[in-house]
Design a protein around this ligand. Structure first.
Ligand code: CP
Length: 315
């Protein structure tokens, strides 16, 4: 693997998920693979899981890690090509990336969407700049439209819990107080569409995701119908793609224990962080249905599988 920016960079997503689960059992088997190599992580946005799990994954492989929080630790970066840089931004991204990549063996970046300019966001302004100017392999730590590291962990989690060959997996929209990216939902749909699972997306009308990512998935506007016989219920909010960035109020779509009791004893998933009693009720999050901590734990072995693959293909 040369980069890990979306599922399109992965030859066999299911094999990578199973590789992650094998790494979970023996995390230190390749603890010298990354000796004398450095992972550089560049954050334009906050993170808990992605930052800690990817750092730990690098340590398990013997790598060193440099982390840069662009908004607080570094010069403000200009993105616009041809900009006259006479305002607040002191460095152009096309100068910063080759320099950063010259200090690292793998570079990773998190850059969320603006949720104001759909065209710019869906062109992946920042991730594309990193792909263009980086001199070393690149990992997407969540970009404007996709979160493939999360989706790899989600696939590994479903594989480790599934009781039938083709589980029924339901991605359900849930309410939220502020506009959130579509990236987790887009990415999850892409990865699920690559499996032979029985996959359905449910959301209120007006919250359709981009066809670019969900094409082929079954969409059901009744949450109640969608949840019937579900083996896995993945809860996630996203803001409107059509009315770009708009928050849609539909408080009845909150996930709770009563709804989960109508499923096939479904496992409850969420990428976290989750706003309790807005997105999912406490009675569901704290029930036996929930596998949210195991899902988060699988971020570590998934990141390690990605790093291992990038390092091996650099040799
Ligand atoms: N799920 C996830 O990416 O978590 P963080 O935003 O905390 O990294």
């Amino acid at each position: 693997m040369q980069n890990f920016t979306s599922i399109d960079d992965v030859g066999d997503p299911m094999s990578l998920a199973h590789r992650a689960l094998a790494i979970k059992k023996q995390p230190f088997k390749n603890n010298r693979l990354g000796e004398n190599r450095v992972l550089g992580m560049v954050f334009f946005n906050a993170s808990l899981r992605t930052r800690m799990s990817t750092t730990r994954a690098a340590y398990n492989l013997g790598m060193k890690v440099i982390t840069l929080n662009v908004t607080s630790d570094s010069w403000q970066l200009e993105l616009e090509d041809g900009a006259v840089m006479d305002q607040g931004k002191a460095e152009h991204i096309k100068d910063a990336i080759p320099v950063m990549s010259s200090y690292c063996d793998v570079l990773a970046v998190r850059a969320f969407p603006t949720l104001k300019d759909k065209e710019k966001d869906y062109k992946e302004e920042v991730l594309s700049a990193f792909l263009k100017h980086s001199r070393c392999p690149l990992i997407n730590l969540e970009s404007a439209t996709l979160h493939p590291l999360q989706s790899l962990a989600d696939l590994a989690t479903i594989e480790s819990y599934k009781m039938v060959e083709r589980p029924r997996v339901v991605l359900t929209w849930a309410p939220h107080v502020s506009p959130l990216p579509q990236s987790v939902a887009n990415s999850f749909a892409q990865w699920m569409n690559h499996t032979d699972y029985d996959f359905t997306i449910t959301h209120p009308k007006g919250l359709e995701l981009s066809e670019q990512f969900v094409s082929g998935a079954n969409v059901e506007f009744s949450q109640e119908k969608a949840l019937q016989n579900a083996d896995f219920v993945y809860v996630k909010n996203w803001s409107s793609y059509e009315d770009y960035g708009k928050v849609i109020a539909a408080p009845d779509w909150i996930m709770n224990k009563k709804k989960l009791e109508r499923t096939n004893q479904a496992k409850l998933m969420h990428c976290l962080p989750v706003r309790r009693n807005v997105v999912i009720a406490d009675d569901a999050l704290d029930s036996d249905h929930s596998i949210i901590y195991e899902q988060a734990e699988n971020r570590l072995c998934s990141a390690q599988a990605v790093l291992e693959s990038l390092l091996k293909d650099q040799d």
